[in-house]
Design a binder for this molecule. Sequence first.
Ligand SMILES: C[S@@+](CC[C@H](N)C(=O)[O-])C[C@H]1O[C@@H](n2cnc3c(N)ncnc32)[C@H](O)[C@@H]1O
Length: 302
Amino acid sequence: MNRWISPELFAAFEAERTSAHRLFTSPDVWVERLGQDVLISFKNDAVRDAAADGVREWAARTRFQIGRVFSRFLPRQNAERVAPVLMEGDAEASLHAVVMERGVRYGIDFGAGYSAGLFIDQRANRAFIRQRAPRRLLNTFAYTCSFSVVAALAGAQTVSVDLSKKSLDRGRENFALNGLPLEGHRFLADDVLDVLPRLERRGEKFDAIILDPPTFSRGNRGRRWQVEEQIEELLTAALELAEPAASILISTNCTKLDRRTLERMARFALKTARRGGDFHSEPPLPDFPEGEGAQTLWLHLR
Ligand SMILES: C[S@@+](CC[C@H](N)C(=O)[O-])C[C@H]1O[C@@H](n2cnc3c(N)ncnc32)[C@H](O)[C@@H]1O
């Protein structure tokens, strides 16, 4: 089975001004295009080298001009994650690049660590937020603030929360890359679990909330975050901040939490909060085989 994206799909991405997408997916290796550069994520050297050959063949078929090829090892433990390594191309060139998604610009930094700056499997959810055009967006676990950028482009005020000040700085750069002034946008370098009750005490309300936490992390005072144990608590706290007809994105990469489990947890949180809601998920992305990428669910409050 040929799991490289077709020349037709590549042409469709070019036409819609998207330069960040998957090129190839298999269980042990996947390949992303990020602007002119390519990133191979691999579980062993043999699949990495085969994917590098595949990139050259695919590029010849589609006339894609490869800039550089980076690769990164996919470890079992998060603690063993390392930054991508340059395999081919100019070692002197800047590790910074800019990619586009439906014309929206995002900064990439291959030297920043394991993740280069944009989670491409959230493309449809970003498009949904842009089209939903909220007035006030709360973006928790905001990373480089891509959801805040699309909401701001649609006219929203935004609050982005992340433990990492560096990631939020990159978020501000993403605003600048899209010509967005920072007025009306807050960037809180803090633990989501501490920020949500504070926002509630201040009576802040939002008509869109993004909940896309990592599987595991350590927050303020070394507090442990484990998504499958705490996602209900997170959702309950988010419901306190949600306006009557708010939309809430619930998203996770944790393989223990599939879409049905997320929906069951969300129904339980709704019942506890005495609120009603409907659910939807965006259709699968054309460059991701079914089941690949984050599990995501939108909750629309009634
Ligand atoms: C999976 S990424 C989020 C991706 C983001 N939603 C996007 O689409 O670009 C997880 C982020 O959560 C942040 N993080 C982890 N634990 C946190 C916590 N307790 N409070 C705030 N941010 C946290 C990390 O710094 C990281 O940037």
